[in-house]
Design a protein around this ligand. Structure first.
Ligand code: PLP
Length: 227
């Protein structure tokens, strides 16, 4: 078995254990393989081990790998911040965008989404731990943004995404994710169609995210090794 396949097996065991421990339905926890900086061959191994959802942060790198992997039915997620001049290619080449934090970008994505494709799934990135350096919409402005994005024809507003400040403290990790979950519930009261997605948890904080209701774990290092 390849190292990547072994990693995925171990990761699945870990997710199953955490799901049982925190009384989560294991099937509601989806696994997104974050393949940034790793090769198309590595992605093929992850696919062979059963993963179809791949997350990329850098547009050019992602498009090159997509071109090499057209023979596989992969579902591509864009995880990076989206600049205006990149929105068209994101709208044309991905199924999900996880880091939308401005109306202007959402409007461009909706306008540029090809009509023959299903709506682009959107997560709004929230700056939950309020670090000056991180992107993401502030919790105080997110409800209005969600209401506006919900109106856009070619997008489907699915949920919230967070990258909290790194911490080794399980209770602190959990606190950020708990706030995110509460925020989702709050915003949903102001939407016509409630959001169903929490994109939270990476290699270092996945158990805390499982405890607090993640529906997309975004895992790079534990699958592909260090970058
Ligand atoms: C790189 C990255 C990940 C994966 O991080 P790991 O710690 O390697 O699991 C998840 N989400 C985003 C947005 C990333 O940029």
């Amino acid at each position: 078995m390849s190292t990547i396949a072994e990693n995925i097996n171990q990761l699945r065991d870990k997710i199953r254990l955490a799901a049982a421990k925190f009384q989560r339905d294991n099937t509601s926890i989806n696994l997104l393989a974050v393949s940034k900086t790793h090769t198309a061959a590595a992605i093929e191994q992850a696919y062979a081990a059963g993963l179809v959802n791949m997350g990329e942060n850098y547009l050019q790198e992602a498009l090159e790998k997509q071109a090499q992997l057209t023979h596989l039915p992969l579902v591509w997620h864009f995880l990076g911040a989206i600049q205006s001049n990149k929105s068209k290619e994101v709208a044309e080449n991905f199924s999900w965008a996880h880091a939308v934090d401005r109306l202007k970008i959402a409007e461009r994505l909706s306008r540029q989404r090809p009509p023959e494709l299903p709506p682009l799934n959107i997560c709004l990135q929230v700056n939950i731990s309020a670090e000056a350096s991180k992107s993401g919409c502030s919790p105080s402005e997110i409800t209005q943004l969600a209401q506006q994005v919900e109106q856009l024809a070619n997008l489907r507003l699915r949920g919230l995404m967070v990258i909290p400040q790194p911490s080794d403290d399980f209770a602190q990790q959990r606190a950020w994710f708990h706030q995110t979950k509460e925020l989702l519930t709050q915003i949903n009261q102001h939407l016509t169609t409630p959001m169903d997605t929490l994109s939270m948890g990476m290699t270092g904080d996945m158990e805390a995210a499982i405890a607090e209701g993640t529906t997309w774990l975004r895992i790079g290092t534990a699958i592909f090794g260090s970058r």
